[in-house]
Design a protein around this ligand. Structure first.
Ligand code: 6PG
Length: 476
C-alpha cells in the first residue's frame, strides 16, 4: 500500500493548488482532491512531478490516503461551499482529525463550525492566509486560530511554508476559535485603508499637482525607499509605470474607475461599529469603493453638481506634503485596526498578542511593510497599549507630519478632490488628542428630548434636567 500523506488539500483553485505545491516543496507528502476531478487531473499533469502528491477522485479515497490524525486543508470559496465540504468529510473522519479552513471565512462562521466539528469529535481550525497566489506558493503570512493542540500538529508544516523575515516565520498560533479568521479580516480591512490612501495620494498627485501616471509611479518608487517601504507602495510604482499595449497609454488610464470587493472590508467595518471602536480609515475605504461603483450616477452628477474651479497652478512642493499625509494617515489606520483587535480580544477572551500579529504581517502578506517592525516593538514594550499613536515613535512621526497633513487636506478641499481616508484620519487624530470634545452637547440634547441623563464634571452620578419645551427648567 502506498505511503500515507501527511496532510491533504481539498479545493485546487489557484490558492489551494499553490499551497499544496508549497507544502510538497518542503518534502511533505500531500494528498490532493477537488470536487471536479478534472481539476485534480489537471493539477497532477501540471505539477505532479514537483513533489510527493497523492491524487484521489473520491472524498473517501482522499481521506483514506491520509495518516492519522488527519489534517485536511479546505481551500474553497468562503460561505456555503465550506459547510458543504465539512458535511462531506465529517462521516469519513475519525475522532481527533483536524479540518483546517484556510479560506477567507467570516469569523462567526468559524466559531459555529468549530462547535459543530467539536460536537462530532473533530478539531477545527480557522486559518487566515495572506499573500495572494504568489504568497501561497512561495511563502504566505499565516494566521492560524483554533485549538492550540491541533495547531501543534501542523505547526512544523506551517512554519516551513510561511514567509520568513529576519529568521522568523510569519506564522504563530493567533488564538482560539475564530481568532485566526478575525485577525485575517482586520488584515484585509487595513489592506483596504492602505489601498484607499494610496489611491487618494495618486489622485492628488495627478489632479492637484498635475503629474501623469508614469511620473507618479516614479514618486511611489522613491517613496518605497523610505518610511513608506511596503509591498503595496512598491506595486503601486509598478502598476503606474505600466503602458497599455493596445493604446500606448498608461494602463491605469484605461482601467475603469470602479473598485470591486469581496466583503472582508465590510465585515471589518461592521464589527468595529458593533464593538464601538472608531475605525474611520477602513470604513471610509469601504464607502469609497461603494461610491466608485456608482459609475453611471457619478457620470450624471458630474455635469450637474458644482465644484470649485480647479487651479492650473502646478505645486510640486505638495509632493512631500502628500507623502507625509499618506504616512500619518497610514499610522492612524493601523492604530485603529490594532485598537479593534485589542477590543475584540477582550470581548472574546482571545488573549491576542498584538506584537506577534505585527510580527507575522512583516512578510508574505499584502500589507507587509517596514513599519510593522515599529508596531511590533511598541507592543513588545507595552502589551496593553491603548493606542499606537501614544508610542513615542508614532507620536513623533505624526507630529512631524501634521502641518503637511493639514495643508494637503485644505488644498484638496479647495480643489474639490475627495480625500475621505486622509481627512477622516486627521479628524480621528484631532478627536483623539482632545481632552474635551463636544459630546457634552450631545448629552444635553439627549437629556432634553429623551431624559437620557448626563454625567457632570463636578459631581458623581447621573443627572437629569427636567426640561420644559421652551428650554427652561421645570420647577420641582
Ligand atoms: C490576501 C488578500 C486576499 C484578497 C482580498 C481581496 O491577504 O492575500 O487580502 O485575501 O486579495 O480578499 O479583497 P477584495 O476583493 O475585497 O479587495
Amino acid at each position: 500500500m502506498a505511503e500515507k500523506s501527511r496532510i491533504g488539500v481539498t479545493g485546487l483553485a489557484v490558492m489551494g493548488a499553490n499551497l499544496a505545491r508549497n507544502i510538497a516543496s518542503r518534502g511533505v507528502p500531500v494528498a490532493v482532491h477537488n470536487r471536479t476531478y478534472a481539476k485534480t487531473e489537471q493539477f497532477m499533469a501540471d505539477y505532479g512531478a514537483e513533489g510527493d502528491f497523492t491524487a484521489s477522485e473520491s472524498v473517501k479515497d482522499f481521506v483514506d490516503s491520509l495518516e492519522t490524525p488527519r489534517k485536511i486543508i479546505v481551500m474553497v470559496k468562503a460561505g456555503k461551499p465550506v459547510d458543504g465540504v465539512i458535511e462531506e468529510l465529517t462521516p469519513l473522519l475519525d475522532e481527533g482529525d483536524i479540518i483546517i479552513d484556510a479560506g477567507n471565512s467570516h469569523f462567526p462562521d468559524t466559531v459555529r463550525r468549530t462547535a459543530e466539528c467539536e460536537a462530532n469529535g473533530l478539531r477545527f481550525m480557522g486559518v487566515g492566509v495572506s499573500g495572494g497566489e504568489e504568497g501561497a506558493l512561495l511563502g504566505p503570512s499565516i494566521m492560524p486560530g483554533g485549538d492550540p493542540a491541533a495547531y501543534e500538529e501542523v505547526r512544523e508544516i506551517f512554519e516551513s511554508i510561511a514567509a520568513v523575515v529576519d529568521g522568523t516565520p510569519c506564522v504563530t498560533h493567533v488564538g482560539p476559535g475564530g481568532a485566526g479568521h478575525y485577525v485575517k479580516m482586520v488584515h484585509n480591512g487595513i489592506e483596504y485603508a492602505d489601498i484607499q490612501l494610496i489611491a487618494e495620494a495618486y489622485d492628488l498627485l495627478t489632479n492637484v499637482v498635475g503629474l501623469d501616471a508614469p511620473a507618479v509611479g516614479k514618486i511611489f518608487e522613491e517613496w518605497n525607499t523610505g518610511d513608506l517601504d511596503s509591498f503595496l507602495i512598491e506595486i503601486t510604482g509598478k502598476v503606474l509605470a505600466k503602458t497599455d499595449a493596445r493604446t500606448g497609454r498608461p494602463l491605469v488610464d484605461v482601467i475603469v474607475d470602479q473598485a470591486g470587493q469581496k466583503g472582508t472590508g465590510t465585515w471589518t467595518a461592521i464589527d468595529a461599529l458593533q464593538l464601538g471602536i472608531p475605525l474611520t480609515g477602513i470604513t471610509e475605504a469601504v464607502f469609497a469603493r461603494g461610491l466608485s461603483a456608482l459609475r453611471s450616477e457619478r457620470k450624471a452628477a458630474a455635469g450637474v453638481l458644482a465644484g470649485p474651479t480647479p487651479s492650473k497652478e502646478v505645486d510640486e512642493s505638495l509632493v512631500e506634503d502628500i507623502r507625509l499625509a499618506l504616512y500619518a494617515s497610514k499610522v492612524v489606520a493601523y492604530a485603529q485596526g490594532f485598537a479593534q483587535m485589542r477590543a475584540a480580544s477582550v470581548e472574546n477572551g482571545w488573549d491576542l498578542k498584538l506584537g506577534e500579529m505585527a510580527t507575522i504581517w512583516r512578510g508574505g502578506c499584502i500589507i507587509r511593510a517596514r513599519f510593522l517592525n515599529r508596531i511590533r516593538e511598541a507592543y513588545d514594550e507595552h502589551p496593553d497599549l491603548d493606542n499606537l499613536l501614544m508610542v513615542p515613535y508614532f507620536t513623533e512621526a505624526v507630529a512631524n507630519a501634521q502641518d503637511a497633513w493639514r495643508r494637503v487636506i485644505v488644498k484638496a478641499t479647495e480643489q474639490g478632490v475627495p480625500i475621505p481616508a486622509f481627512s477622516s484620519s486627521l479628524s480621528y487624530y484631532d478627536g483623539y488628542r482632545r481632552e474635551r470634545g463636544p459630546a457634552n452637547l450631545i448629552q444635553g440634547l439627549r437629556d432634553f428630548f429623551g431624559a437620557h441623563t448626563y454625567k457632570r464634571i463636578d459631581a458623581e452620578g447621573s443627572f437629569h434636567t427636567r426640561w420644559a419645551q421652551d428650554g427652561t427648567e421645570v420647577e420641582a
